[in-house]
Design a protein around this ligand. Structure first.
Ligand SMILES: Nc1ncnc2c1ncn2[C@@H]1O[C@H](COP(=O)(O)OP(=O)(O)OP(=O)(O)O)[C@@H](O)[C@H]1O
Ligand SMILES: [Mg+2]
Length: 240
Protein backbone atom coordinates (compact mmCIF):
# COMPACT_ATOMS: atom_id res chain seq x y z
CA UNK A 1 0.00 0.00 0.00
CA UNK A 2 1.33 3.43 -0.87
CA UNK A 3 0.84 5.73 2.10
CA UNK A 4 1.76 8.82 0.11
CA UNK A 5 -0.66 8.66 -2.78
CA UNK A 6 -3.07 11.55 -3.19
CA UNK A 7 -6.23 9.66 -4.00
CA UNK A 8 -9.64 10.83 -2.76
CA UNK A 9 -9.33 8.36 0.13
CA UNK A 10 -6.60 10.58 1.57
CA UNK A 11 -9.31 13.09 2.46
CA UNK A 12 -11.09 10.54 4.62
CA UNK A 13 -10.35 10.07 8.28
CA UNK A 14 -8.39 6.99 9.26
CA UNK A 15 -10.37 5.02 11.80
CA UNK A 16 -8.17 1.93 12.30
CA UNK A 17 -4.55 1.45 11.36
CA UNK A 18 -2.12 -1.36 12.12
CA UNK A 19 1.66 -1.20 12.02
CA UNK A 20 3.59 -4.43 11.61
CA UNK A 21 0.85 -6.23 13.49
CA UNK A 22 2.12 -9.64 14.53
CA UNK A 23 0.33 -12.31 16.53
CA UNK A 24 2.01 -15.47 17.72
CA UNK A 25 0.09 -18.13 19.57
CA UNK A 26 1.78 -20.62 21.86
CA UNK A 27 5.46 -21.42 21.96
CA UNK A 28 7.92 -24.19 21.22
CA UNK A 29 6.46 -26.98 19.13
CA UNK A 30 2.95 -25.46 19.20
CA UNK A 31 4.07 -21.97 18.13
CA UNK A 32 1.87 -20.49 15.39
CA UNK A 33 2.61 -17.15 13.74
CA UNK A 34 -1.00 -16.29 12.88
CA UNK A 35 -0.29 -12.71 11.67
CA UNK A 36 3.01 -11.53 10.26
CA UNK A 37 3.74 -7.78 10.16
CA UNK A 38 0.31 -6.80 8.84
CA UNK A 39 -0.15 -3.16 7.79
CA UNK A 40 -3.68 -2.05 7.02
CA UNK A 41 -5.32 1.38 7.05
CA UNK A 42 -9.08 1.62 7.28
CA UNK A 43 -10.79 4.91 6.53
CA UNK A 44 -14.24 6.05 7.61
CA UNK A 45 -16.98 4.87 5.29
CA UNK A 46 -14.99 2.11 3.59
CA UNK A 47 -16.35 -1.35 2.77
CA UNK A 48 -13.37 -3.68 3.02
CA UNK A 49 -13.19 -7.43 2.51
CA UNK A 50 -10.28 -9.57 3.66
CA UNK A 51 -10.27 -12.89 1.83
CA UNK A 52 -8.33 -15.89 2.98
CA UNK A 53 -8.55 -19.66 3.34
CA UNK A 54 -9.19 -21.46 6.62
CA UNK A 55 -6.34 -20.94 9.08
CA UNK A 56 -4.90 -17.91 7.24
CA UNK A 57 -5.45 -15.64 10.26
CA UNK A 58 -8.78 -13.94 9.45
CA UNK A 59 -10.41 -14.26 12.87
CA UNK A 60 -7.12 -13.38 14.54
CA UNK A 61 -6.93 -10.20 12.43
CA UNK A 62 -10.51 -9.22 13.22
CA UNK A 63 -9.96 -9.80 16.94
CA UNK A 64 -6.93 -7.51 16.82
CA UNK A 65 -8.69 -4.79 14.78
CA UNK A 66 -11.51 -4.88 17.33
CA UNK A 67 -9.18 -4.85 20.35
CA UNK A 68 -10.62 -8.16 21.53
CA UNK A 69 -7.09 -9.53 21.80
CA UNK A 70 -3.65 -7.95 22.05
CA UNK A 71 -0.85 -8.17 19.47
CA UNK A 72 2.40 -9.98 20.20
CA UNK A 73 4.27 -7.24 18.35
CA UNK A 74 3.30 -4.18 16.35
CA UNK A 75 0.50 -1.73 16.92
CA UNK A 76 -3.22 -1.32 16.45
CA UNK A 77 -4.48 2.26 16.57
CA UNK A 78 -8.23 2.76 16.81
CA UNK A 79 -9.46 6.31 16.28
CA UNK A 80 -6.07 7.65 17.33
CA UNK A 81 -5.72 5.46 20.43
CA UNK A 82 -2.79 3.06 20.49
CA UNK A 83 -4.49 0.05 22.04
CA UNK A 84 -1.47 -1.60 23.66
CA UNK A 85 -0.84 1.43 25.85
CA UNK A 86 -4.28 1.72 27.41
CA UNK A 87 -5.87 -0.32 30.20
CA UNK A 88 -8.54 -2.94 29.49
CA UNK A 89 -11.23 -0.63 30.92
CA UNK A 90 -10.52 1.95 28.23
CA UNK A 91 -10.47 -0.74 25.50
CA UNK A 92 -13.88 -1.91 26.68
CA UNK A 93 -15.18 1.65 26.25
CA UNK A 94 -13.64 1.97 22.78
CA UNK A 95 -15.24 -1.33 21.74
CA UNK A 96 -18.64 -0.28 23.07
CA UNK A 97 -18.61 3.22 21.62
CA UNK A 98 -16.96 2.71 18.27
CA UNK A 99 -17.24 -0.90 17.16
CA UNK A 100 -19.95 -3.42 16.38
CA UNK A 101 -19.21 -7.13 15.98
CA UNK A 102 -20.91 -9.72 13.79
CA UNK A 103 -19.80 -13.31 14.31
CA UNK A 104 -20.06 -16.33 12.07
CA UNK A 105 -22.15 -18.24 14.57
CA UNK A 106 -24.34 -15.26 15.57
CA UNK A 107 -23.89 -15.76 19.35
CA UNK A 108 -27.55 -15.11 20.10
CA UNK A 109 -28.94 -16.05 23.51
CA UNK A 110 -31.40 -18.91 22.85
CA UNK A 111 -33.75 -18.05 25.75
CA UNK A 112 -34.19 -14.42 24.68
CA UNK A 113 -36.37 -13.25 21.81
CA UNK A 114 -35.06 -11.25 18.84
CA UNK A 115 -35.71 -7.85 20.42
CA UNK A 116 -34.16 -8.89 23.75
CA UNK A 117 -31.09 -10.16 21.89
CA UNK A 118 -30.73 -6.86 20.03
CA UNK A 119 -30.95 -5.06 23.39
CA UNK A 120 -28.34 -7.31 25.07
CA UNK A 121 -25.47 -4.79 24.77
CA UNK A 122 -27.46 -2.10 26.59
CA UNK A 123 -28.74 -4.28 29.44
CA UNK A 124 -25.95 -3.22 31.83
CA UNK A 125 -26.87 0.42 31.28
CA UNK A 126 -29.16 2.24 33.72
CA UNK A 127 -31.06 4.04 31.00
CA UNK A 128 -31.56 0.90 28.88
CA UNK A 129 -35.33 1.41 28.56
CA UNK A 130 -34.58 4.29 26.19
CA UNK A 131 -33.20 1.78 23.68
CA UNK A 132 -36.30 -0.33 23.29
CA UNK A 133 -37.76 1.79 20.48
CA UNK A 134 -34.36 1.87 18.77
CA UNK A 135 -34.15 -1.93 19.00
CA UNK A 136 -37.56 -2.20 17.35
CA UNK A 137 -36.55 0.22 14.61
CA UNK A 138 -33.35 -1.72 13.94
CA UNK A 139 -35.29 -4.98 13.62
CA UNK A 140 -37.55 -3.18 11.18
CA UNK A 141 -34.47 -2.02 9.27
CA UNK A 142 -33.29 -5.62 8.87
CA UNK A 143 -36.83 -6.63 7.79
CA UNK A 144 -37.67 -8.56 10.96
CA UNK A 145 -40.47 -6.40 12.32
CA UNK A 146 -42.83 -9.37 12.48
CA UNK A 147 -40.25 -11.65 14.16
CA UNK A 148 -39.43 -9.46 17.15
CA UNK A 149 -40.81 -11.85 19.70
CA UNK A 150 -39.41 -15.01 18.14
CA UNK A 151 -36.55 -16.80 19.86
CA UNK A 152 -33.44 -17.74 17.83
CA UNK A 153 -34.62 -21.38 17.60
CA UNK A 154 -37.74 -20.13 15.83
CA UNK A 155 -35.76 -18.15 13.23
CA UNK A 156 -33.94 -19.21 10.07
CA UNK A 157 -30.15 -18.84 9.82
CA UNK A 158 -30.42 -15.67 7.74
CA UNK A 159 -32.94 -14.19 10.16
CA UNK A 160 -30.65 -14.98 13.10
CA UNK A 161 -27.76 -13.29 11.31
CA UNK A 162 -29.93 -10.24 10.69
CA UNK A 163 -30.79 -10.12 14.42
CA UNK A 164 -27.04 -10.21 15.08
CA UNK A 165 -26.54 -7.32 12.64
CA UNK A 166 -29.25 -5.29 14.39
CA UNK A 167 -27.57 -6.06 17.72
CA UNK A 168 -24.22 -4.84 16.36
CA UNK A 169 -25.91 -1.51 15.54
CA UNK A 170 -27.70 -0.88 18.84
CA UNK A 171 -25.05 1.48 20.24
CA UNK A 172 -24.65 3.15 16.85
CA UNK A 173 -20.99 2.27 16.17
CA UNK A 174 -19.19 3.78 13.19
CA UNK A 175 -17.35 0.57 12.39
CA UNK A 176 -18.71 -2.96 11.96
CA UNK A 177 -16.30 -5.90 12.12
CA UNK A 178 -17.78 -9.04 10.62
CA UNK A 179 -16.32 -12.56 10.76
CA UNK A 180 -17.69 -14.78 7.95
CA UNK A 181 -21.13 -13.15 8.14
CA UNK A 182 -22.40 -15.38 5.32
CA UNK A 183 -20.50 -18.51 6.35
CA UNK A 184 -23.53 -20.43 7.57
CA UNK A 185 -26.01 -19.18 5.00
CA UNK A 186 -27.21 -20.53 1.66
CA UNK A 187 -26.43 -18.52 -1.48
CA UNK A 188 -29.66 -16.54 -1.59
CA UNK A 189 -29.76 -15.70 2.13
CA UNK A 190 -26.06 -14.85 2.00
CA UNK A 191 -26.71 -12.44 -0.86
CA UNK A 192 -29.45 -10.75 1.20
CA UNK A 193 -27.10 -10.28 4.13
CA UNK A 194 -24.41 -8.82 1.84
CA UNK A 195 -26.98 -6.44 0.38
CA UNK A 196 -28.04 -5.36 3.86
CA UNK A 197 -24.44 -4.63 4.88
CA UNK A 198 -23.91 -2.63 1.69
CA UNK A 199 -27.06 -0.63 2.36
CA UNK A 200 -25.82 0.19 5.87
CA UNK A 201 -22.54 1.29 4.32
CA UNK A 202 -24.06 3.45 1.57
CA UNK A 203 -27.04 4.91 3.40
CA UNK A 204 -25.75 5.17 6.95
CA UNK A 205 -22.05 5.58 6.30
CA UNK A 206 -21.04 2.59 8.40
CA UNK A 207 -17.51 1.36 7.86
CA UNK A 208 -17.36 -2.39 7.24
CA UNK A 209 -14.40 -4.73 7.63
CA UNK A 210 -15.44 -8.22 6.66
CA UNK A 211 -13.18 -11.26 6.84
CA UNK A 212 -14.40 -14.16 4.77
CA UNK A 213 -13.69 -16.83 2.22
CA UNK A 214 -16.86 -15.85 0.34
CA UNK A 215 -15.68 -14.33 -2.95
CA UNK A 216 -19.11 -12.73 -3.50
CA UNK A 217 -18.40 -10.38 -0.60
CA UNK A 218 -15.11 -9.50 -2.29
CA UNK A 219 -17.01 -8.67 -5.48
CA UNK A 220 -19.16 -6.15 -3.65
CA UNK A 221 -16.29 -4.62 -1.65
CA UNK A 222 -14.51 -1.36 -2.47
CA UNK A 223 -11.16 -2.70 -1.39
CA UNK A 224 -10.11 -6.32 -1.12
CA UNK A 225 -7.15 -7.72 0.76
CA UNK A 226 -5.85 -11.25 0.74
CA UNK A 227 -4.57 -13.06 3.77
CA UNK A 228 -2.27 -16.01 3.16
CA UNK A 229 -0.57 -17.76 6.02
CA UNK A 230 -0.67 -14.62 8.18
CA UNK A 231 0.54 -12.20 5.51
CA UNK A 232 -1.73 -9.49 4.11
CA UNK A 233 -1.53 -8.42 0.48
CA UNK A 234 -3.63 -6.27 -1.85
CA UNK A 235 -3.04 -8.54 -4.83
CA UNK A 236 -4.61 -11.99 -5.16
CA UNK A 237 -2.17 -14.82 -4.30
CA UNK A 238 -2.10 -16.23 -7.86
CA UNK A 239 -0.76 -12.90 -9.17
CA UNK A 240 2.37 -13.06 -6.99
N1 LIG B 1 -5.98 -19.47 20.57
C1 LIG B 1 -5.13 -20.05 19.70
N2 LIG B 1 -4.05 -20.76 20.11
C2 LIG B 1 -3.19 -21.30 19.24
N3 LIG B 1 -3.31 -21.22 17.90
C3 LIG B 1 -4.38 -20.55 17.42
C4 LIG B 1 -5.34 -19.93 18.28
N4 LIG B 1 -6.27 -19.33 17.52
C5 LIG B 1 -5.91 -19.56 16.23
N5 LIG B 1 -4.77 -20.28 16.16
C6 LIG B 1 -4.05 -20.68 14.93
O1 LIG B 1 -3.75 -19.49 14.21
C7 LIG B 1 -3.98 -19.65 12.83
C8 LIG B 1 -4.98 -18.63 12.35
O2 LIG B 1 -6.24 -18.90 12.95
P1 LIG B 1 -7.56 -18.07 12.63
O3 LIG B 1 -8.63 -18.56 13.52
O4 LIG B 1 -7.24 -16.63 12.69
O5 LIG B 1 -7.82 -18.50 11.12
P2 LIG B 1 -9.05 -18.18 10.15
O6 LIG B 1 -8.49 -17.62 8.90
O7 LIG B 1 -10.06 -17.38 10.88
O8 LIG B 1 -9.63 -19.63 9.83
P3 LIG B 1 -11.17 -20.11 9.56
O9 LIG B 1 -11.49 -19.66 8.15
O10 LIG B 1 -11.08 -21.58 9.66
O11 LIG B 1 -12.04 -19.47 10.60
C9 LIG B 1 -4.42 -21.10 12.64
O12 LIG B 1 -3.31 -21.85 12.23
C10 LIG B 1 -4.90 -21.53 14.02
O13 LIG B 1 -4.66 -22.88 14.21
MG1 LIG C 1 -12.04 -17.72 11.49
Amino acid sequence: MNEHQNGPEDQLKTIIVTQKLTKIYGGGATRVAALKAVNIRVREGEFIAVLGPSGSGKTTLLNMLGALDRPTRGRVIIDGVETSSVPERRLYRIRREKLGFIFQTYYLVPTLNALQNVLMPVLPMKENKRYRKRGERLLELVSLKDRMHHKPGELSGGEQQRVAIARALILNPGVILADEPTGNLDTKTGAEVIELMQRLNKERGKTFIIVTHDSRIAESAERVFYLMDGRLSDVPPEEH
